[in-house]
Design a protein around this ligand. Structure first.
Ligand code: AMP
Length: 192
């Protein structure tokens, strides 16, 4: 049973690494960004609401995001643990997640932070924009998303560091190399 978070700036490869960790450890990976994108694609009310914020590179309001995560974490497939990718991103979301977990007396085992230099991230994301045409991958929006990460999500990281469950992994390098580092870091963190 492992309950984990993966946190990293946009473009750090957290989605890719989350999928790999999920396969190796047999825990379900839950990406709030993917859930939002699926809803945008399906033109659901949630997707129509979320799209406005996503296209501008803003956070979807906590009231919407928190409820979505609460519902997702009540599904059966999280019984063996979970890996949350992209949540929490604000300190208010940290508190909300604390409340969800407290209700079932659950605790997080590991919080993984993928690190990367801003200019490297901008270059990667501009490359991804050409390949995927993601509507939130243009330079102005990319820089705004990075600013939000520094302004809001680094405070989230600091909270978990204070709790002694944070592990930092260098996200620069070949995808396989980063996966090896990530898996080693998780093993080391769980052994403590
Ligand atoms: P991601 O794929 O994780 O980069 O997320 C894509 C977009 O979805 C973000 O830029 C936000 O607009 C939205 N989003 C994803 N997770 C959250 C969250 N925890 N809180 C608010 N907005 C989120």
């Amino acid at each position: 049973m492992t309950r984990m978070l993966i946190i990293g700036p946009p473009g750090s490869g957290k989605g890719t690494q989350a999928e790999r960790i999920s396969e190796r450890l047999g825990v379900v990976a839950i990406s709030t960004g993917d859930i939002f994108r699926a809803n945008v694609k399906g033109e659901t009310p949630l997707g129509i609401e979320a799209k406005k914020y996503m296209d501008a590179g803003d956070f979807v309001p906590d009231s919407v995001t928190n409820k979505m995560v609460r519902d997702r974490l009540s599904e059966d497939d999280v019984e063996n643990g979970f890996l949350l990718d992209g949540y929490p991103r604000t300190t208010a979301q940290v508190e909300y997640l604390d409340e969800i977990l407290a209700k079932t007396e659950e605790k997080l085992d590991v919080v993984l932070q993928l690190t990367a230099d801003d200019e490297e991230l901008v270059a990667r994301l501009l490359g991804r924009a050409k390949e995927t045409g993601r509507s939130d991958d243009n330079e102005t929006v990319i820089r705004h998303r990075l600013d939000l990460y520094h302004e809001q999500t680094e405070a989230v990281v600091a909270k978990y560091a204070e709790r002694g469950i944070l592990t930092r992994v260098d996200g620069i390098g070949a995808i396989d190399e980063v996966t090896d580092r990530v898996l080693l870091a998780i093993e080391a963190a769980k052994a403590v």
